[in-house]
Design a binder for this molecule. Structure first.
Ligand code: C2E
Ligand code: CA
Ligand code: CA
Ligand code: CA
Length: 274
């Protein structure tokens, strides 16, 4: 009869093997997905709160996996991040956006927001990728890199932040107020934009504590001279509340859902016709 210790160690070995096999198949799936065009870049309009004109877009990745169907970025982004696969995905977003850059208004005041992982800032890798995949085509639009506050900060180097600012790239803190180090993030990133998380937007008029947090985030940004974007705006009431408090840019289903890049020009024409 087998000793218990041996059985246990075999079991642990099997679990570890399973975990590796899973990991390998995930990175394999992402690489195959990139090679066979399973990823697509969507965009969601950013609206001026004052006149409801579109002042930019946020780019959002979509994965249509032939075996599993549509996979949400909330699922595959954290996995990709864990397995060092986030940089290739970000490069795909950069390349694809540059390829279709002509669909966007040619204006310095038009903002293009891209989600990046803090790990991509390590040793300035993001700067190398922008030098290779963004700046050579000299897009006139304003690039904003959105970093979620839920990512760890240690990867973010002061020099990289300084260089990005010098290159005219804006930095935004995404999901502001939901992490554990909002104030440290403010200090390190010296951001141009704070994005009010949709959980705070949803709380407007319903949840006293979170509405207060929203008011404090707005006051903080205004004191520091940082622009505000509110995400997850779904109702007129939320839009009106945010506008009255001086939030300049609104994003949410009230105005438009994320759409394929190819649909954006038509949407923009419809939206600009009074
Ligand atoms: P996020 O950056 O906070 O993006 C906003 C999310 O809110 C998007 O979800 C968007 O579809 C959704 N949203 C927009 N308006 C509304 C609304 O009015 N109500 C509600 N309930 N939701 C709204 P999505 O596209 O599923 O993306 C989820 C997250 O995945 C993003 O959150 C972002 O953190 C991450 N992600 C997406 N694309 C990329 C990417 O290319 N790179 C990286 N690193 N992360 C990405
Ligand atoms: Ca974002
Ligand atoms: Ca967000
Ligand atoms: Ca989010």
């Amino acid at each position: 009869q087998l000793p218990l210790a041996l059985i246990l160690s075999m079991l642990i070995g099997y679990i570890a093997w399973l975990a590796t096999a899973n990991r390998m198949s995930f990175s394999w799936e992402i690489n195959v997905g990139l090679a066979s065009h399973e990823f697509e870049v969507f965009c969601q309009p950013l609206m001026s709160a004052r006149n409801l004109q579109c002042v930019g877009v946020e780019l959002l990745l979509r994965w249509h996996n032939p075996r599993q169907g549509w996979i949400s970025p909330d699922v595959f982004i954290p996995l990709a991040e864990q397995q060092n696969l986030i940089a290739p995905l970000t490069r795909f977003v950069l390349e694809e956006t540059i390829r279709q850059i002509d669909i966007f208004p040619k204006s310095r005041d038009f903002h293009i927001g891209i989600n990046v992982a803090a790990s991509h800032f390590h040793e300035g890798e993001i700067i190398n990728d922008l030098r290779r995949h963004w700046f050579p085509s000299q897009p006139i639009q304003k690039l904003t890199l959105e970093l979620t506050e839920r990512d760890a900060l240690p990867d973010v180097d002061h020099r990289v932040v300084r260089d990005l600012h010098r290159m005219g790239v804006d930095l935004a803190i995404d999901d502001f107020g939901t992490g554990q180090s909002s104030l440290a993030y403010l200090e390190t990133l010296n951001p141009n934009v704070l994005k009010i998380d949709k959980s705070f937007t949803a709380a407007i008029g319903t949840d006293a504590v979170n509405s207060t947090v929203t008011d404090i985030i707005i006051a903080l940004a205004q004191r520091l001279g940082i622009d505000l974007v509110a995400e997850g705006v779904e109702t007129q009431q939320q839009a009106e509340y945010l506008r009255r408090r001086g939030v300049n840019v609104l994003q949410g289903y009230l105005f438009a859902r994320p759409m394929p890049l190819s649909e954006f020009p038509r949407w923009l024409r419809g939206n600009n016709t009074p």
